[in-house]
Design a protein around this ligand. Structure first.
Ligand code: ATP
Length: 251
């Protein structure tokens, strides 16, 4: 059987030290098979972004192992950068495209940075898949926020990464544009076999995923397969009520 796309074990992260230290993640474990779309939800401060940043190699955890496509994420900074470039795709709410490069050049950039030949029609094909084939030559400033986000997704997919991490990719978009971007992420999993992990606060967005993983107080607090917006919203209300109890336990 294929190695899981993402295999995280015992992931712990603490910011600061002494009495003011914040334990953002407490021995989190998560294994995701290829071609799956997972939404990560939880109350504010529950550790979602920290999880994403650690799993994507942008921050170094204090403990735990992260295996991506069967390979351990390097701890060495320079090696981690190379690994990320080749094996990981990242889309942030405000991950800026380079303003002086066209959509096509932005999409091709990760391959160029990695020193690879760029197949002639690759960027155009990816831009076609995100519905922007008529904008290949446009600069970011000439495109709407939703169009720029779609270019960012095409760019994140250009290396065919083992995992595509997206942190609130629809946070800044109106609901119609957001649905369009979510449909593209869904299609990346279904049609391209990409593995997608998305942090979101929005139960409707989460319902595009195959499963929702809930975090609370730095721990996994539940998992929901085939989520509906109603079931996700109900679970979130439950978690919000749970938080004072968890904090009070002093664990
Ligand atoms: N760089 C940092 N320095 C200190 N504390 C941090 C840092 N980054 C995050 N934290 C703390 O770690 C905890 C988890 O933060 P994180 O951003 O992962 O939560 P989140 O679930 O993504 O929250 P939100 O939904 O509000 O974005 C919080 O208590 C936060 O204040």
């Amino acid at each position: 059987m294929d190695a899981p796309a993402l295999d995280v074990a015992g992931l712990s992260m603490t910011y600061g030290s002494g009495p003011g230290a914040v334990r953002a993640l407490r021995e989190v474990g998560l294994r995701l098979q290829r071609g799956t779309f997972t939404a990560l939800m939880g109350p504010s401060g529950s550790g979602k972004s920290t999880f994403l940043n650690c799993a994507a190699g942008l921050e170094r955890p204090v403990a735990g192992s992260i295996t991506i496509g069967g390979r351990t994420l390097p701890t060495d900074e320079a090696e981690a950068t190379l690994f990320r470039r080749e094996r990981i795709g990242i889309v942030f709410q405000n991950l800026n495209l380079l303003p002086y490069l066209s959509a096509r050049q932005n999409v091709e950039l990760p391959l160029r940075l990695a020193g690879h030949q760029v197949p002639r029609d690759l960027a155009r094909d990816l831009l076609d898949q995100v519905g922007l084939v008529d904008r290949v030559s446009s600069l970011p400033a000439e495109m709407s926020g939703g169009q720029q986000q779609r270019v960012a997704i095409a760019r994140a997919l250009v290396t065919r990464p083992d995992v595509l991490f997206a942190d609130e990719p629809t946070g800044a978009l109106d609901s119609r544009t957001a649905r369009n971007v979510l449909g593209i992420l869904r299609g990346a999993a279904d049609r391209m076999g990409q593995t997608v992990v998305m942090v979101t606060h929005d139960p409707v967005a989460a319902a595009y995923a195959d499963q929702v993983v809930f975090l609370a107080d730095g721990r996994i607090a539940g998992q929901m397969v085939n989520p509906t917006p109603e079931a996700v919203a109900s679970q979130m209300t439950h978690l919000d009520q749970l938080i004072p109890a968890l904090s009070g336990a002093g664990a």
